[in-house]
Design a protein around this ligand. Structure first.
Ligand SMILES: Cc1ncc(C[n+]2csc(CCOP(=O)(O)OP(=O)(O)O)c2C)c(N)n1
Ligand code: SF4
Length: 344
């Protein structure tokens, strides 16, 4: 495979002050819109006492998303949760860390259960009560795909949020259709001629959602909480089927330090592997540019699931991953300053 490695002239890069950029949760000195997480009136929908691993990106993403949705709906919200880490760590019977009406569906039918609740609210004349379905990438993009596609096709009044940690984490890190090429999981071991997960497999569910022509699709990343909140708020202002996919690192499954979750998420964004965009009725309407591009190496280096990529003889894997990032940068025109993407 022909790879195109990006050249990153660090000195010329314009460094924005983090405190006034778009990546911080809150800054009382800044006139940029504050994040809800920095305000005392946030709902704290996913309360303390749950059993997520330290540094769990999914827990962080869910709290930001549901707090925002509760704020946007004045608390008139029902949440349906597919089986998976988020459900297991938040609700060991008879306890619950959720401070909102919340319902556990099966692993693969959250979109169908949420559709039924939304229809029921309509019949009862309670359309002010809004419905969110949420789940991991296994429950959403694999086993839940049929129900999800049906929810999109019928244009049900539901926002579906997928927390994508790129594997089935709750059952011991098995490969999903979101596991990237070369990544090690319990079912894609780092051995053999092509160690880790195969290349050229998997699917983009945001693009599949767009192909259904639904009113709103977005990708988000917990490295940018303001952007995630803005997308959830926008989704809640729209009626009909909506889909948001949030990139959420998993320290346990990825082999990263729990203190590095945000850093790893930001590196994924900066290297172009996780483009952030919005689409309405099948057309892309906004793309978040990368202000400080980095090569994929920096992102992969901090994760044990990619450790074998750095072994002698596996250079082709590193090049293949860089080529995927380069293709995203081209396809979504991701660089804020195209000069930073000078290739050699
Ligand atoms: C029909 C069915 N098959 C398998 C399971 C076992 N199971 C529970 S959670 C899970 C994995 C969840 O993975 P994902 O949806 O990616 O969420 P994560 O745990 O990564 O957040 C599996 C396989 C189940 N509950 N139901
Ligand atoms: S295994 Fe991963 S997704 Fe599950 S609770 Fe731990 S960090 Fe979160």
């Amino acid at each position: 495979m022909q790879s195109q490695i990006l050249h990153f002239p660090a000195k010329e890069a314009v460094i924005k002050h983090q405190q006034t950029g778009d990546l911080t949760i809150s800054n009382r000195l800044s006139d940029v819109d504050d994040s809800l997480q920095g305000k005392p009136e946030r709902a704290n929908s996913l309360d303390s006492g749950h059993r997520a691993c330290q540094g769990c990106g999914e827990a962080l993403g869910a709290r930001h998303a549901i707090d925002t949705a509760l704020d946007a709906t004045d608390g008139e919200l029902v949440v349906v949760n597919a089986t998976g880490c988020l459900e297991v760590f938040s609700t060991p019977y008879p306890e619950s860390a959720w401070r909102t009406p919340w319902l556990h569906s099966l692993f693969g039918n959250a979109a169908a259960v949420a559709s039924g609740i939304a229809q029921s609210m309509k019949v009862q004349g309670k359309e002010n009560v809004r419905v969110i379905a949420q789940g991991g990438d296994g429950g959403t993009t694999d086993i839940g795909m049929g129900c999800l596609s049906g929810m999109f096709e019928r244009n049900e009044d539901v926002l579906y949020i997928c927390y994508n940690n790129e594997a089935y984490m709750n059952t011991g890190v098995q490969r999903s259709s979101q596991t990237p090429g070369a990544a090690r999981t319990a079912t894609t071991m780092p051995v053999g001629e092509h160690p880790g997960n195969s290349f050229g497999v998997g699917k983009s569910v945001p693009k599949i959602a767009m192909a259904h022509g639904i009113p709103y699709v977005a990708t988000a990343n917990i490295c940018n909480p303001r952007d995630l909140e803005a997308k959830v708020r926008k989704a809640m202002s729209i009626r009909g089927a909506r889909y948001i996919e949030v990139f959420v690192p998993c320290p346990l499954g990825w082999g990263t330090a729990s203190c590095d979750t945000i850093k790893v998420a930001r590196q994924a964004h900066n290297c172009g592997l996780t483009p952030l965009y919005e689409a309405e009725y099948g057309e892309i309407t906004a793309v978040s540019k990368i202000a400080r591009p980095e090569p994929v190496k920096a992102y992969l280096k901090s994760q044990r699931r990619f450790a074998h990529v750095f072994k002698k003889g596996n250079e082709h894997q590193l090049e293949a991953i860089q080529a995927i990032a380069d293709a995203n940068i081209r396809a979504f025109d991701l660089l804020e300053n195209p000069a930073q993407g000078e290739r050699f």
